[in-house]
Design a binder for this molecule. Structure first.
Ligand SMILES: Cc1cc2nc3c(=O)[nH]c(=O)nc-3n(C[C@H](O)[C@H](O)[C@H](O)COP(=O)(O)O)c2cc1C
Length: 150
């Protein structure tokens, strides 16, 4: 998988006053009518249970100038609290209440329509209820265990 070039995204949700965001590359489009996307997050991390509980998620596709967000939401500094991680970005809510990154290249606000644990990961399938776009600029890609720009 290190040879696979993936767009770096942050999948987010919120439930009972708690927000959660995880840096991922395992995400893609599923269908266009209705618009659906999927994201895969590690099921062995108990903090990810919130994605099922909340019933919604947002997929925020990062731009090259947002490496600091990718690092923060990948737990690189384990001492950082969720509040500190979210404080690094500017967030809004669209239709579902999931945190949507205002200046993401593109952000998809989704209601969870299917949830399935597949071996180590949970697959979240969402119907897109809202979309937002930041400025059009280079994307943040992960390949060969490092960040790249496209
Ligand atoms: C470039 C990159 C891609 C990642 N892709 C995924 C992914 O697709 N799914 C996943 O569950 N974790 C992925 N991770 C790891 C998670 O970001 C990390 O385990 C998680 O954010 C740890 O969060 P925590 O410290 O809040 O538990 C990726 C990390 C990086 C740096």
């Amino acid at each position: 998988m290190s040879r696979y070039a993936g767009h770096v995204q942050i999948v987010t949700t919120a439930h009972d006053g708690e927000r959660r965001g995880v840096t991922i590359t395992a995400a893609c489009s599923v269908s266009d009518s209705p618009a659906m996307v999927l994201a895969c997050v590690n099921a062995s991390n108990s903090k990810n249970a919130i994605f099922e509980k909340s019933g919604h998620f947002a997929l925020n596709a990062l731009a090259a100038d947002q490496i600091h967000l990718a690092n923060a939401f990948s737990g690189r500094d384990p001492a950082m609290t969720p509040q500190e991680r979210f404080a690094l970005g500017d967030w809004q809510e669209l239709a579902t209440g999931a945190p949507v990154l205002k200046n993401a290249l593109a952000a998809f606000d989704c209601r969870l329509v299917e949830y399935k644990v597949m071996a180590t990961h949970m697959v979240l399938i969402g119907e897109v209820m809202g979309v937002s776009f930041g400025d059009h600029r280079p994307a943040l890609i992960y390949k060969d265990r490092g960040y790249h720009t496209l």
